[in-house]
Design a protein around this ligand. Structure first.
Ligand SMILES: Nc1ncnc2c1ncn2[C@@H]1O[C@H](COP(=O)(O)OP(=O)(O)OP(=O)(O)O)[C@@H](O)[C@H]1O
Ligand SMILES: [Mg+2]
Length: 403
């Protein structure tokens, strides 16, 4: 189905708003997201509802449509303003266009006229967005389709934090915008693994979350030397109690606007915030050649199945795969019903990198472990590229079919 065009109607006369609403309600592609009766309300609603199109009357009490257009163009430029005025207001119209309006409609207008104008202006602004997007993609470093990668295990101490921090560093080395969230809320150590001093944490974010948007969230993340952004776990375990799955959901939504990848490190429990991670595009389930680890992860897979979590997004990681423990890598398939997606070897530098607070992939890029993790990072990125080209292709085919 085609995208809905989200429209905000601004007019001080209730009857005019009702007429426009009636006309637009017959158009299946248009969704009226709100109505405002003066400029102030229009600005508030534009910021809140982020409409695609604003139908803006010029003459209104308190703040007129021209001033409102000017402010909206600055505050929420994604909304395209169509000014609506009566004949003879040509000077106003000129000023409105200078203030940033994209088109105008002269009253009285026919239903066809208003609908066609909305569709045209929307089409033009979509085209502009696509061009800007294409430029930014070419410029690199731009947010493509953000991916959430959760690193989890039903048992602690298997290498989740080592792996998640190194994947974040590896994606960052490939010019991706990367954030990592530490959802090991009681005893998280992602910030320490990057040798960062912690001031603000997820605890502070949650207290301000209602007021935060994608931009204002960023200062709460601590940047590592190489450029990964870290949302640290609370410094006191008791602060973790405030943080819920709903909070995590919103944080992820905001981070997706400004990052290519969001890596999530987790505790070894299926806590409420961890369960919010059904939004994950990929869940890396970390195993070692250890019977209790495999048993716990088998339970994790069963729970996911019961909760209808999409288990096709789960990828098994076998860490310390070359240790002689009596359990063999081939036993993984028998225990968990899936082949490992990636095997990482034992590495003598793992503890040194953790103690120094420097990802192994940066500290010892030529070590066997770092090379394997680099391959894992490439594997993850290759999956995305394949998927996005598939979805591009299917959209293209769909459009051709429609034409
Ligand atoms: N491939 C490896 N080779 C050697 N040591 C490793 C390897 N993977 C992990 N370790 C070591 O295992 C320990 C636990 O690793 P890490 O803290 O990453 O696990 P975790 O799953 O995050 O643990 P927790 O559940 O406590 O958060 C660390 O001391 C780390 O150096
Ligand atoms: Mg950990």
């Amino acid at each position: 189905m085609a995208d809905w065009i989200r429209v905000l109607i601004v007019d001080d006369i209730e009857e005019t708003r009702a007429n426009i609403r009636k006309i637009l309600s017959f158009e299946g592609q248009i969704d009226i997201v709100g109505e405002a009766s003066n400029g102030f309300e229009a600005i508030d609603m534009a910021c809140k509802y982020k409409p695609d199109i604003i139908l803006m009357d010029i003459n209104m009490p308190e703040m007129d449509g021209i001033q409102a257009t000017e402010r909206i163009s600055l505050k929420c430029p994604s909304a395209a303003v169509i000014v609506v005025s009566v004949q003879g207001e040509s000077d106003y119209l000129r000023r409105a266009m200078l203030a940033g309006a994209k088109e105008f409609l002269i009253k009285p207008f026919s239903p066809d006229e208003i609908i066609q104008t909305i569709i045209d202006v929307y089409g033009r602004s979509q085209q502009r967005t696509a061009q800007v997007y294409a430029h930014q993609v070419m410029d690199k470093g731009f947010v493509q389709s953000p991916k959430i990668i959760t690193v989890f295990s039903g048992k602690g101490g298997v290498g989740k934090s080592l792996i998640s921090t190194n994947i974040a560093a590896g994606l960052n080395q490939r010019n991706k915008k990367v954030a990592i969230i530490d959802l090991d809320l009681m005893f998280g150590d992602v910030a320490a693994l990057f040798n960062l001093k912690v001031k603000e944490t997820i605890y502070h974010v949650v207290q301000e979350l209602d007021r935060l948007d994608a931009e204002s969230l960023l200062p709460y993340l601590i940047q590592t030397k190489s450029g990964v952004r870290v949302l640290a776990a609370p410094v006191r375990p008791e602060q973790s109690e405030l943080i819920t799955g709903k909070h995590v959901e919103k944080i992820l939504r905001l981070l997706k606007e400004t990052h290519d990848y969001i890596i999530v490190d987790t505790p070894a429990q299926l806590t409420d915030p961890v369960l919010a991670l059904e939004q994950s595009n990929i869940t890396l389930l970390v195993n070692t050649l250890n019977v209790p680890v495999l048993r716990h992860n088998r339970t994790v897979l069963e729970v996911m199945d019961t909760l209808n979590y999409p288990t096709d997004r789960v990828r098994l990681i076998l860490n310390r795969a070359d240790l002689d423990t009596g359990v063999k890598p081939k036993d993984i398939k028998t225990a968990l019903g899936m082949e490992p997606y990636c095997q990482l070897p034992e590495d003598t530098y793992a503890d040194l990198s953790i103690n120094r607070g420097e990802p192994l992939i940066e500290m010892k890029p030529n070590s066997k472990w770092a090379k394997h993790v680099s391959k894992l990072v490439d594997q993850i990125m290759a999956e995305d590229e394949r998927k996005s080209s598939e979805s591009f292709l299917s959209k293209f085919m769909w459009k051709r079919k429609k034409a």
